[in-house]
Design a binder for this molecule. Structure first.
Ligand code: ADP
Ligand code: MG
Ligand code: MG
Length: 874
């Protein structure tokens, strides 16, 4: 039997998301549950993939299948495409496996043409409505399918309004709209060169193709990259009989959540607009009414809706986000899905569902998107500073959190300013999908229009970014990049602050404080800890970071970079003196100054970690990073060292490397200057002996980590220096201190010779930043220049420095693990690159049997949750 590419809603079900997309699978599920869903069918994601495989054409057999299903739909509805008595009108809706809100475009009222519109006008006795649908359809179709800009049509509408002397679209008459439809068609012809398609089948095939194409539009690609959605999935297309929310005052359309998506409160939450169609609610064109008000306006439809909400929530065992339309008092369900929510709401809903007996702990852990936790881990407003601040206005508390930044007025500016190191708040009349990158870059988003379900609100909640929406009091002057609020004008670059939990807007910068883990957050984390197998450590270079990370649950330090300590003002002179030394003796003299400083750093870190493991990496960066570049500083250094400026300049010049990332760095420094490794060992060991004396019960075992080893003999050489120095000190002190010497695995050669390296190394830690850099041959600092082109040309889907490249780099890691453990079965192995805090990379680490991941303090809770999810999925 040949493959099936089309399914009636009644043939599918909720488990078929990969094939039918989320929207299609849920429409099928609701149909099976006997809910009022307009009839229709779904063209599968496989048809989309095939469309691309076939060179962007819909194969004839798929077209035939679609035609057969159109015939079925006609039979089911008793309506026919293009019919003079009972014409069928449909929507064509995209729907990927994972929901991608606003990413792809929907076409409504398809099936209308010059003849059909007359039929609809006559039968409905509402010609104004019929012509309004038709002109909307031409507009949407031109925009979505043929990519004729919306603005041409909007200009024509404006001209018409001016000619008639009216302000609102709603004041235009049936005759006006009919004339507009003619103008739109003419506009279409002048832009495209052919007549607007009048055959509903042509219209539908064009629309289906457009949905397939939209899978690869710029917005969709960016969204996928931000959300780890593979480009290979494709989107399904839903073709569905239209129902009309714009028939008059007994019709309307709305969106609702079964619980509050901002707070998690168990109460129906949503909005609707009377006499409206489709995205009117979400677009924020008119201010909608709350769902509670529907009870008064249309009690019967409201009651039906409440019942359906309860059924859907208990059926899916999760908070639902639903779209509905009421056509002449009758309710129709157009969509349901597990609702997006803020991190705080996610935690509350998960805990509540456990307490309500709906789900168990494991399911609760699996329900939280680790990436969303980020919002809770970042600073909140300092309570005192906030009390003193006077709000200049309020909007809707659309997405919680605290944001302080400089006002910018376009998404491009937001992106640019942030790249320059500024913090910004993006201020817009309303946002649209094109703004997505700027929204992601901003600290917070402020909009003038739109409700709790506006684009800005939905997207901000998804990203965990603070958002205050719909502050109508703002007088916006987008063109001149300024706005007026509370009697004052704010220009581009002025500081403003947003409180996403109250909706307050402030005309100043406000101090923020650190977050902590308590309440529901703590409950979920405790459940996560119960199920995870991976340990979670942190990358921390200071006692302060170490303490922060422990508050977030870190179980040790996986990477303490010693060089960061050298950059401090009181140390840099000594390290420069060492670099400029002519002899070993001079170098040792300079190192002697550094030793006590390093030792006290390590004591502070051991104290902060209270006996938990601490991995200390020896000096890693090329030395040129430490020498001065400014003339004044060079002169000062010459003076301090009693050398001439020319001498110093000659030394600096001698440090120049063509490719410092592959230059004199890592263990190569200890090979050329063993005295550096000696000094660092003394500091590590003396500090440990001291702390152990104070806390004999702590299991303090320093882990000394040698960076950038590619050849076993490098490690042998440096390790011998470490061991000789350490053992002498321990013996001398009479301490029973134990320590370990291991290595970073961050070169491809280290991965492929890991069996050899494990003979010397007592532990491995994968440095996946360098390993990614060295494997791809991409410099981490320069890859930004070409990665965008790679995304666009679909050579790469995501930044390999943020998300571990499992196919290449991951394969090397896996090989390193297997070879290393072949030599030393109990080898402890971790990862300490940026990837340690990326959920999909954490899952990979779990699957290949690492012992721990190490990440920045703020990512520790994310890694704990991701590790638990990996274990529960396995
Ligand atoms: P998105 O994925 O952007 O939410 P949808 O496919 O859900 O897009 O369509 C957007 C809106 O269009 C829906 O919320 C609904 O209001 C309207 N719509 C879609 N299909 C129909 C239909 N068959 N009848 C009436 N309205 C529809
Ligand atoms: Mg929708
Ligand atoms: Mg490295």
């Amino acid at each position: 039997m040949s493959k099936k590419y089309v399914y009636l809603f009644s043939e599918g079900n909720g488990s078929m998301k990969p094939l039918l997309g989320g929207k299609g699978a849920n429409l099928a599920e609701m149909t099976n549950l006997g809910m009022p869903v307009p009839r229709g069918f779904t063209i599968t994601t496989e048809a989309c993939t095939k469309y691309y495989d076939d060179g962007e054409v819909i194969a004839p057999e798929i077209q035939d299948e679609i035609m057969a299903y159109v015939a079925t739909l006609e039979k089911q509805t008793g309506k026919k495409f293009g019919d003079r008595e009972n014409p069928l009108l449909v929507s064509v809706r995209s729907g990927a496996r994972a929901s991608m809100p606003g990413m792809m475009d929907t076409i409504l009222n398809l099936g209308l043409n010059e003849d059909v519109v007359e039929v609809v006008a006559r039968k409905s006795n509402n010609p104004r409505w019929a012509w309004d649908c038709f002109r909307r359809f031409i507009q949407m179709y031109s925009d979505v399918v043929m990519e004729v800009g919306k603005k041409y049509f909007e200009e024509l509408i404006d001209e018409m309004k001016e000619k008639r002397g009216v302000k609102q679209d709603t004041e235009l008459t049936a005759e006006d709209l009919k004339e507009l439809a003619q103008q739109f068609k003419a506009e279409y012809k002048s832009k495209i060169g052919t007549d607007f398609p009048s055959d509903p089948i042509d219209q539908m095939m064009g629309a289906v193709k457009a949905v397939f194409r939209s899978w690869n539009n710029q917005r969709a690609i960016v969204y996928r990259r931000m959300n780890d959605i593979p480009g290979s999935w494709g989107t399904a297309v839903n073709v569905q009989e239209m129902v009309f929310g714009n028939l008059g005052d007994t019709s309307g359309t709305g969106v609702a959540f079964t619980r509050n998506p901002a707070t998690g409160e168990r109460k129906l939450f949503g909005e609707f607009l009377m006499n409206a169609q489709g995205e009117d609610v979400v677009a924020g064109i008119r201010t909608p009414q709350t769902i509670d008000q529907l009870k008064e306006v249309m009690p019967a439809a409201y009651n039906d809706f409440v019942k359906i909400c309860a059924t859907l929530e208990s059926h899916y065992r999760d908070m639902q986000d639903m779209e509905f339309t009421i056509e002449d008092k009758k309710l129709f369900m157009l969509q349901t899905r597990n609702g997006k929510r803020t991190a705080a709401a996610a935690l509350k809903i998960a805990c509540d569902l456990v307490d309500e007996g709906v789900i168990n702990e494991k399911e609760a852990v699996l329900m939280i998107d680790p990436k969303n936790l980020d919002a809770l881990l970042h600073p909140q407003f300092d309570a005192d500073a906030l009390k003193k601040a006077e709000p200049i206005g309020t909007g809707l508390a659309a997405s919680p959190g605290a944001a302080s930044g400089k006002a910018v007025f376009t998404a491009e500016d937001a992106k640019e300013w942030v790249q320059k190191g500024e913090k910004v708040v993006l201020v817009r009349l309303e946002t649209s999908p094109e703004d997505i990158e700027g929204m992601a870059a901003a600290q917070g988003i402020l909009t003038v229009r739109g409700g709790m379900t506006s684009h800005a609100a939905v997207v901000a909640r998804g990203m965990g970014t603070c958002c205050v929406a719909g502050c109508g009091a703002i007088k916006m002057d987008e063109e001149n990049k300024r706005f007026e609020l509370g009697g004052k004008t704010y220009k581009e670059g002025d500081w403003i602050s947003l409180d996403g939990s109250t909706g307050n807007i402030y005309g100043e910068a406000i101090k923020t404080t650190d977050a902590s883990i308590g309440g529901e957050f703590g409950r979920i984390m405790a459940w996560a800890d119960k199920y995870r197998k991976l340990n979670v450590r942190t990358n921390a270079d200071t006692p302060r970071d170490a303490r922060q990370a422990r508050k977030f649950g870190a179980e040790g330090i996986g990477l303490c970079r010693t060089e960061h300590m050298f950059f401090e003002a009181d140390r840099i002179p000594a390290i420069r003196e060492m670099i400029c030394a002519d002899t070993v003796e001079q170098r040792e003299k300079a190192l002697l100054k550094l030793e006590p400083m390093q030792q006290s750093d390590f004591e502070g870190i051991y104290e902060a970690m209270e006996g938990l493991p601490v991995t200390i990496r020896y000096l890693d960066p090329p030395l040129h990073e430490f020498v001065p570049t400014e003339e004044d500083d060079i002169a000062q250094l010459a003076k301090d060292l009693g050398k001439s400026v020319d001498d110093i300049k000659a030394i600096i010049a001698s440090l120049h490397e063509f490719n410092p990332m592959m230059g004199h760095r890592g263990c190569r420094l200890a090979v050329t200057y063993p005295e550096i490794a000696v000094m660092q060992t003394k500091a590590v060991i003396k500090a440990a002996i001291n702390v152990k004396k104070k806390h004999p019960d702590w299991a303090l075992v320093p882990e000394i980590m040698i960076p950038l080893v590619g050849e076993i003999k490098e490690l042998q050489y440096v390790k011998k220096i470490v061991v000789d120095t350490a053992d002498a000190l321990i013996k001398e002190s009479g301490s029973d201190l134990k320590y370990k010497v291991g290595t970073m695995i961050e070169l491809p050669r280290a991965c492929v010779t890991a069996d050899e390296i494990a003979k010397e190394a007592e532990f491995f830690s994968f440095g996946t930043n360098d390993l990614t850099q060295m494997t791809f041959g991409f410099s981490r600092d320069d890859a930004g220049k070409f990665l965008d082109a790679y995304y666009q040309k679909k050579i790469l889907e995501s930044d390999p420095f943020a998300r571990l490249d499992q196919a290449g780099v991951g394969k090397l890691v896996k090989m390193g693990v297997e070879l290393g453990r072949a030599t030393r079965p109990d080898l402890k192995i971790g990862i300490c690159g940026e990837h340690g805090g990326d959920p999909s990379s954490v899952e990979f680490c779990h699957n290949i049997g690492l012992n721990y991941v190490s990440c920045s303090p703020f990512r520790v809770p994310i890694a704990r949750l991701a590790a638990a999810q990996a274990a529960l999925k396995g």
